[in-house]
Design a protein around this ligand. Structure first.
Ligand code: BDP
Length: 697
């Protein structure tokens, strides 16, 4: 098993009894309708069930006894006559799966209001079978909690993937539109199977050329291919496109010629792609052009595009990742300062896309205070699935727990229980649209993500985007069963590794709230010594502020006071070290080396060292856990992860030793007794260079 098939392996189930039961329960299949989507449904069922149950299922054209029936009230009179009241509230994407009598015959029914809803239901049913759940007395009613559920590909037109660690971009722009790969279809299947309904094809650091007719032909081909799977395409745009490819003298959002240019461009796109999703925009951020270049606000910029898209039903996802404001505030405060005052100024089809933390996809950050701060503006979550700051594609880190931590954080915006999830799904403020984005970790590697276990991050992103109330432990469980094995030892061992993996990584990289201390540029490996760059807030020393007096960033009221951006009681809690959660201690506070850490009674230096060593030791323990499964796993899957864990063990020790050696120059304290000495000198760590580390911008 080389990993290409992802969680859609559909190998023969090992339990003979279940196979027999399933075969009886699905003695024939009737998929009503004749759309491109119903063809996809039939193909998937045929492929999946012949694999799982070892026998090609029988497709029929009418409801039979013990049949699986799939359809909508408009594609099937039987379903129409069954008058399913549940369908009313399910919108275009929801579905029901029921065991019932249909036209007098006992069947398993997947019904939805649209064919795409039925496709989602089909994948749900297949998941039940893949994970060996009973199909008796089913009463499943599902609909997504969030409207726009998209992957963001940071893929360039030359197939380089920014922060991509799994090969090249899967989009072969050169050969499109005429040449397509099976991988495009398998990508669509994988996404549809977890409810992802959109894809932003190109990098947020966008190339204006994407909007020229030559490339729009290619975008159109992908849109046509993805449509049957319920996936819309979106594009990242460059704000200065009117000048770069339109021959205009300005891209000022208030200029009538600029407005007309975008209106025409959008019409041109919709003439080709009637269900085009819309635009994603990185503006006035890290050198990208934006409305600020013309003295205009983010709202004026976003509304320019929103107005062009509105007549066609498209949306603008405008990113809040900005940190160059005139007040020159501390970086973690800037997005809030910039966007909060604009609440109410954005047109209806604008979503603001906010990274989960206020700085930048660090192994741990508090949630961004923008969540909850803008009742009139939908805030979209942006998670990073690719692990730019968590070990690239060689470290085993299940991000589910990190996503869950962010989504379940309480903002207190409307009192207790105002979770980030409720802001994002629009329920807290009754927003009319909601969204969530994940920066993709896939590429041309045979196993898509460069590491088999990291496929689970794509998977968990989709599952949580559909329903953030699912627990990430349950999601890990189903993913392991589908991708690796239903064997109970495998399931319990691997889910245990996955569930602990992110905390382990935080420990060997950035314990106790440290952040942004990675290698410069490529972000590979430790670099706590990084200083003297173009901007202070690109350096590491700026973020950890280690000195003889202690370590950590004072963001309390005695420091830069970023805590003021949170609602009470968080702002009071974060204001004091004693009431700040330990995992965020050095994010919010600068503390002396002899500060006593409450949970362990150790002083800060000892605690920091303990955590670094614990993290590295836990990777070794994870590796042993994996090795205990050698006989239960597919040999190739086993071997790939085993090799990656060897790298992770080495790199965890490297992080530990480099950071401890460096911080020791400030603490001037010995390593606690019994800890092995770092392998190299600080100078040796500092002299390491990696000009060809992958994924760079
Ligand atoms: C940073 C990445 C950079 C991205 C940027 C972004 O290092 O490559 O362009 O985020 O999100 O984390 O725009």
């Amino acid at each position: 098993e080389d990993g290409y098939r992802l969680w859609l392996k559909y190998d023969l189930l090992s339990d003979q009894q279940s196979i027999k039961t399933y075969r009886k329960q699905i003695s024939s299949i009737y998929v009503a309708g004749d759309s491109a989507t119903t063809t996809v449904i039939r193909d998937e069922l045929s492929h999946a069930l012949s694999g799982l149950l070892g026998k090609q299922p029988k497709f029929v054209e009418a409801v039979g006894k013990h049949a699986l029936v799939v359809g909508t009230p408009s594609s099937s009179a039987d379903i129409r006559n069954a008058d399913l009241s549940e369908l009313k509230g399910l919108g275009k994407e929801g579905f029901v799966i029921k065991s019932l009598e249909l036209s007098g015959k006992p069947v398993t029914l997947i019904a939805a209001n649209t064919d795409v809803g039925a496709l989602y239901g089909t994948f749900h049913l297949l998941r039940l079978i893949q994970t060996e759940q009973p199909l008796r007395e089913l009463e499943i009613v599902e609909k997504p909690k969030i409207d726009v559920r998209v992957l963001n590909h940071w893929d360039d037109m030359d197939r380089h993937v920014e922060r991509g660690f799994a090969g090249e971009s899967i989009w072969d722009w050169h050969k499109l539109p005429d040449y397509t790969y099976p991988r495009y279809y398998d990508y669509a299947r994988a996404n549809a199977s977890i409810g992802i309904n959109g894809t932003v094809l190109n990098n947020v650091n966008a190339n204006a050329i994407t909007l020229t007719p030559h490339y729009l032909d290619k975008v159109e081909a992908l849109a046509d291919l993805f449509r049957p799977y319920g996936i819309k395409v979106y594009l990242s745009i460059k704000f200065s496109s009117p000048q770069l490819i339109g021959g205009l003298k300005t891209s000022d959002p208030l200029d009538p010629t600029v407005k007309q240019w975008w209106k025409d461009k959008v019409e041109e796109i919709y003439a080709r792609i009637p269900d085009f999703g819309g635009f994603l925009v990185k503006a006035n951020s890290e050198g990208q052009p934006g409305p600020g270049d013309f003295g205009r606000t983010h709202a004026e910029g976003a509304n320019l595009l929103a107005d062009a898209l509105a007549p066609h039903g498209g949306v603008v996802m405008w990113r809040a990742f900005v940190y160059a404001n005139e007040k020159n505030e501390e970086r973690s405060k800037q997005a809030y300062s910039e966007f909060k005052p604009l609440d109410g100024k954005f047109h209806d089809n604008v979503l603001i896309q906010v990274k989960n933390g206020p700085i930048d996809f660090q192994p741990r950050e508090p949630f961004s205070p923008l969540f909850g701060a803008t009742p009139k503006t939908p805030m979209m979550m942006e998670f990073q699935i690719t692990m730019e700051y968590l070990g690239f594609s060689t470290h085993l880190v299940y991000l589910g727990t990190m996503y869950e931590e962010a989504l379940q954080s309480d903002t207190y915006a409307k009192g207790k229980g105002s979770t980030v999830a409720k802001v994002v799904d629009g329920s807290l403020f009754n927003n009319h649209i909601s969204g969530i984005a994940g920066v993709s970790n896939i590429g041309t590697d045979r196993n898509w993500t460069g590491h088999i276990i990291l496929q689970s991050n794509w998977y968990v992103f989709g599952r949580l985007a559909w329903d953030h109330e699912l627990t990430t432990a349950d999601i890990a469980d189903e993913w392991v069963r589908m991708t690796l094995s239903n064997d109970e030892k495998v399931v319990s061992t691997v889910t245990d590794m996955m569930m602990r993996s992110r905390e382990i990584t935080v420990n060997y990289m950035t314990p106790l709230g440290l952040h942004h201390i990675m290698g410069v540029g490529h972000h590979y490996g430790p670099g706590p010594w990084v200083k003297d760059l173009g901007r202070e807030d690109w350096t590491s020393v700026y973020y950890h502020k280690a000195g003889k007096d202690g370590i950590g960033f004072d963001r309390s009221p005695t420091g830069v006071n970023s805590v003021e951006q949170y609602f009470s009681p968080l702002k009071e809690e974060y204001a004091k070290a004693e009431t700040t959660p330990e995992e965020l201690l050095l994010w919010f506070h600068h503390l002396p080396w002899d500060y006593t850490v409450k949970s362990t009674g150790r002083d800060l230096w000892d605690e920091l060292v303990h955590r670094y060593y614990q993290g590295a030791a836990d990777v070794t323990a994870m590796h042993n856990q994996w090795q205990s499964l050698q006989d239960e796993l597919d040999p190739l899957q086993y071997h790939q992860v085993d090799m990656a864990l060897t790298i992770q063990e080495k790199e965890a020790r490297w992080w530990r030793d480099a950071c401890v050696t460096y911080f020791q120059t400030f603490s001037q304290r010995p390593l606690p007794k019994g800890f092995e000495k770092p392998e190299k000198t600080l100078k040796e760590y500092m002299d390491m260079r990696f000009p060809y580390a992958p994924g760079q911008g």
